[in-house]
Design a protein around this ligand. Structure first.
Ligand code: NG6
Ligand code: CA
Length: 507
């Protein structure tokens, strides 16, 4: 009841349907959501980076809008993507943490999803790039040698070209819709995450075969593919295995093909980049081109990729009526498993900018991310917005934009804030719950992180986790870096925010 009232309220308050935006009678806008991996709040020149330049991504903001208070739901990939596609906080569903490469699909196939909103509006939809939301039936082992039963196609994407999990996890293959690409039936694929299978070299036993050594103690030392030790073991599928240096180009080709094929009709492209996740393996074009080693090189590669998408929009004469959004799935990390010297070579570059923490953290560094958007017909160039927005709001915002009705059970945590997303208002969502390890709630200028057991520093990645047995309260308007815990000074505020967090958690 309360939920439906609040939904009605937000629909009335924030709905600005599509026809009010369109200046002349025309086709609905194409929407491209570019989802980079592990890009921090300080990694782009438009967000203050000085040691690396990202002119193409910055251009989106210059010709459109740049957000300073935009967020993921979570500080890692799988839950953030789950939130984006379902409009539901990932912590409401078990098993939404970082998934292995052989996990079952965790996005429900019988509920509204972000791509289905676009399908319902008559769009062609595609998912190109990293998937990391599981595949196949619940608790059933995936057979990689047959068509894979459930995945992006079943959750709302007409077309999909992707890899299953992360590039540091097996199986290291591309899948088009339901089928592993380049598979030789006489060399079937087997995958295991519990034990070694087959007799191929592993990073642990054959470190001499590695072109990119693993960092100490991170793992990443199972089956070696393309000279890189992975998480998990695989056998077979030799011909189907990717070359890491080609991933960015392969995904870009598939993305631009989809744009070309759909130039005559509205499309939604979810373009989920492999960059800048580990293993950072730039193509020859970008090797050694930054002054920051491999991590810098893949930032340049990512920026180039975005530039190619912008070029393609110009070539197809689609730029004017396309909303293109760039964001990231979680905050930055330097050492995430491979000895690529990212820490040493950062030389003063601050991947999280002024924020505390990074990937895996409950502090802002984990989940406050870049978000730039351009839609020339609608968004005023050069807008900078401090509206509180979250990727989880894409679903209800676009449902509102198309004036679609949603069930109360659909996207329960998604707000229709299309006005903020398109820069028409700076009123964003009223509050936001985020997940590092601990949950936090942000409302107006205040952020409360609930007490949580566990280490204050995750040693492997040298991340401040935000874990503390004491409640933490920060005034983000004065202390974006979350340096001064004000919990003792404002006990009533702590109590109120803890109660609100508990209430939302239980709804
Ligand atoms: C972690 C991996 C890390 C990365 C991450 C997923 C270890 C020690 N670390 O478990 O390397 O793969 O999972 O990243 O295994 S994410 O961006 O997809 O969430
Ligand atoms: Ca990520």
């Amino acid at each position: 009841m309360t939920k439906s009232i609040s939904r009605l309220f937000t629909v009335l308050l924030f709905t600005i349907p599509f026809h009010l935006y369109a200046q002349k009678k025309q086709q609905k806008p194409n929407v491209i959501f570019i989802y980079a991996d592990d890009v921090g709040y300080g990694d782009l020149s438009s967000y203050g980076a000085t040691k690396i330049a990202t002119p193409n991504i910055d251009r989106i903001g210059k010709e459109g809008i740049r957000f300073t208070n935009a967020h993921t739901t979570s500080a890692t990939c799988t839950p953030s993507r789950f939130g984006l596609l379902t409009g539901k906080y990932p912590w409401r569903q078990k098993g939404t943490g970082v998934l292995p490469g052989d996990a079952s699909l965790i996005v429900p196939t019988d509920r509204l999803t972000l791509p289905k909103v676009f399908q319902n509006a008559g769009y062609k939809t595609a998912s190109v790039g990293k998937w990391h939301l599981g595949l196949g039936e619940n608790n059933k082992q995936i057979n990689w040698n047959e068509p894979i039963t459930k995945g992006p196609n079943e959750t709302g994407f007409d077309y999909a070209y992707f890899f299953p999990a992360t590039s540091d996890r097996v199986p290291t293959v591309f899948i088009e819709n339901h089928d592993v690409q380049g598979l030789d039936k006489n060399d079937p694929i087997t995958v295991d995450y519990a034990k070694k299978i087959g007799n191929e070299p592993t990073g642990l036993e054959n470190p001499d075969l590695l072109k990119l050594p693993a960092s100490l103690n991170h793992g990443h030392n199972n089956t070696i593919v393309n000279g890189i030790g992975r998480i998990g073991w695989m056998t077979g599928g030799k011909q189907a295995r990717w070359t890491d240096e080609e991933i960015a180009h392969v995904f870009l080709t598939k993305a631009t093909q989809f744009m070309e094929e759909n130039r005559q009709n509205p499309f939604f492209l979810y373009f989920s980049l492999n960059d800048i996740h580990v293993p950072r393996m730039p193509s020859t074009q970008f090797k050694g081109k930054s002054q920051m080693g491999l991590r810098g090189d893949v930032i340049l590669q990512m920026d180039w990729t975005v530039g190619e998408i912008l070029k393609k929009l110009d070539q197809l004469e689609l730029a004017e009526n396309t909303l293109i959004i760039f964001s990231s799935d979680n905050g930055p990390v330097l050492d995430d498993g491979y000895a690529d010297n990212a820490v040493e070579l950062a030389k003063g570059h601050k991947p999280a900018g002024a924020l505390r923490g990074g990937k895996y953290s409950a502090f802002e560094g984990g989940s406050r991310v870049p978000w730039l958007a351009r839609w020339p017909q609608t968004i005023k160039p050069g807008t900078v917005s401090g509206a509180l927005i979250c990727q989880i709001d894409m679903l209800a915002s676009f449902a509102g934009f198309f004036q679609q009705k949603m069930d109360v059970d659909d996207a329960p945590d998604s707000f229709n804030i299309i006005g903020a997303i398109l820069g028409k208002t700076t009123t964003g969502r009223p509050y936001l719950i985020k997940q590092g390890g601990a949950l936090s709630i942000t409302k107006e200028n205040w952020k409360y992180i609930e007490p949580r057991e566990g280490k204050a520093i995750q040693e492997l990645t040298n991340t401040e986790t935000g874990n503390s047995l004491a409640p933490q309260l920060f005034d983000l308007s004065k202390d974006l870096g979350e340096k001064t815990n004000l919990a003792d000074k404002y006990p009533a505020k702590v109590k109120a925010m803890a109660a609100e967090l508990a209430r939302i958690r239980e709804t």
